[in-house]
Design a protein around this ligand. Structure first.
Ligand SMILES: [Zn+2]
Length: 539
């Protein structure tokens, strides 16, 4: 099957951002990655008149919570609570339009456990005795966020379970030179333990077929990683771990063990999408929106560092469920975002939180800059100088100049209804087509959309300056053509410049659905577009 052309694909859309780990707040690296990408995509799909459910929620079961809590000297539960508040505050502040942020509650836990219980009952898991790093002093096994060492595939420093550099799994005792992340001088021994695993090798054929179907539409780094993983023996996927933190694994063979927290994320997505749908007025049981009869397109936005789980492990688990659930169609990855060409690091205090940035700058220019520099294909960096230059010289100043010319024109002939020429309609249609190309799969790109906005502001600004001073009677169609295109630009930049669009909408700047033909009108009314600012209101 070839993916349908999105322009003709009006199926409902489930958009998922990765579940943020509540072991701290949110910095700009998180936002410039999957959250802004998911938000802009969801906003555009809504503007196209499609049913959208955009959801996330925290993944409190991760060992990263425990490791961070120990380093901070607080209880993990307390860290989850305070971090979840900071995360929700940051997402709201920057305008990430989740329809629902699923709380980590009993329904979450029941959904996750039912998802694994069904696979267990169907005999999909195997018991394996494996060797894992063990701290004699504390009597605990070290996995994932609790252990650090060198990746056996690329030799970069990484955590247990997955290398965030090459994105290959490292399971059990494969990590080289393992040490505790809480106290690196705590050198573990190795002990045997018996856990449940999913034999990934049994899904090789299905995984290969799935990736052959989609690989020409995914970003190259993801495709390369998947090919690399599939070119080697597929490692058993740990389903349970002998840990004290996490969700209890409901299986008799592994008493006292917990579920591998990374693997919660698909049932968590089923839970959060159902939670979000309820916020929109549709009550469903968790998982219902993922059934084939819902005929939904599922779009996942995530960082490359987690891509092994989303593109392989989670897919194998969905395949183990047979044909019961839909599989994500689009898995869109991003690379790391840096701060002044250096990795964001909470421990080194090299971070810029969303809240800190928005204390200085309104969110529209912030979103535009993050979209323009988002790390879609390679590492990119947030630069203060770059932010100042781009937002002032390419966004705010030229937009405000354009808005002022139109404002003056509107003030001189209030409610002037102007004719639009065929050329004006064609230009607006070209804008719609170009934006649509980059707001849609497979060419979805925040970078391209942000650049299109800036390019069109520049072009329409020059057009406005050429008409400035000539009244409405002089060349009414020229003014009409310009105003139609400015309306088109406001509508098309609305997924990124959200506050500008809201203000313009209230002022009658544009209405309706962004379907093809949206700007095929014979006349427009003059209006004063709102201005942009570089000064944060309220500090
Ligand atoms: Zn590696």
């Amino acid at each position: 099957m070839r993916p349908p052309r999105p322009a003709e694909d009006d199926r409902p859309v489930l958009v998922l951002g990765p579940n943020p780990t509540p072991n701290g707040g949110m910095h700009l690296g998180h936002i410039a990655g999957p959250y802004l990408a998911g938000d802009v995509y969801a906003r555009y799909q809504r503007a196209r008149g499609r049913k959208v459910v955009f959801s996330t929620g925290t993944d409190d079961s991760q060992t990263f919570v425990v490791a961070s809590a120990r380093r901070l000297g607080v209880e993990p539960d307390e860290l989850c609570r305070t971090s979840t508040e900071l995360i929700r505050e940051a997402l709201t502040a920057i305008g990430i339009s989740f329809d629902g942020f699923g709380p980590f509650d009993e329904t979450y836990q029941a959904t996750v456990q039912d998802y694994f219980r069904a696979l267990h009952a169907a005999g999909k898991f195997r018991l394996r005795t494996v060797r894992m790093p063990y701290l004699e002093r504390t009597g605990e096994f070290l996995v994932e966020g609790l252990v650090e060492g060198e990746c056996p595939v690329c030799l970069a420093t990484c955590r247990g379970g997955l290398c965030e550099t090459c994105c290959h799994p490292n399971n059990f005792d494969e990590l080289l030179n393992p040490r505790s992340t809480v106290d690196p001088s705590d050198i573990p021994t190795v002990r045997e333990t018996t856990i449940l695993v999913l034999p990934m090798e049994e899904y090789r054929e299905q995984l290969t077929a799935y990736h052959e179907q989609w690989s020409s539409y995914w970003r190259p780094h993801l495709v390369q990683m998947v090919r690399d993983v599939l070119s080697r023996p597929l490692q058993d996927l740990p389903i349970t771990y002998p840990l004290a933190w996490g969700m209890p694994a409901p299986f008799p063979e592994t008493p006292g063990q917990v579920l591998n927290a990374w693997l919660e994320l698909i049932p968590a997505g089923m839970y959060t999408s159902s939670y979000a749908a309820a916020q929109l007025g549709r009550r469903t049981t968790p998982g219902q929106l993922w059934l084939p009869e819902e005929d939904t397109r599922i779009v996942h936005f995530l960082g490359f560092d987690n891509a092994y789980f989303f593109a392989l492990a989670h897919m194998a688990l969905l395949m183990a469920h047979g044909q019961k659930y839909l599989r994500p169609e689009w898995v869109l990855t991003n690379e790391f975002y840096e701060l002044e060409s250096e990795k964001f690091s909470t421990s080194k205090r090299h971070v810029l939180s969303v809240q800190e940035l928005l204390a200085e700058l309104p969110r529209d220019p912030a979103r535009l800059y993050l979209a323009l520099t988002a790390p879609e294909y390679q590492r990119t960096t947030f630069s203060r100088t770059g932010l100042d230059k781009v937002t002032r010289e390419r966004l705010v100043e030229p937009w405000n100049r354009l808005a002022e010319i139109l404002g003056k024109f509107a003030a001189n002939g209030a409610d002037t209804v102007l004719p639009v020429s065929d050329t004006g309609r064609k230009r607006a249609a070209t804008m719609l087509e170009r934006f649509d190309f980059h707001y849609e799969m497979p060419n979805y790109s925040l970078n391209r959309c942000a650049d299109l906005i800036l390019t069109q502001i520049g072009r329409l600004g020059r057009l406005a300056e050429s008409l400035e001073g000539r009244g409405p009677d002089c060349e009414p169609a020229a003014w009409g053509d310009l105003i139609l295109q400015v309306r088109a630009l406001l509508a098309l930049s609305a997924p990124i410049l959200i506050d500008l669009a809201d203000t313009a909408r209230q002022a009658g700047g544009f209405t309706g659905v962004l379907a093809p033909g949206a700007f095929e009108m014979d006349e427009v009314t003059a209006f004063a577009p709102p201005l942009l600012s570089l000064t944060a209101s309220g500090g």
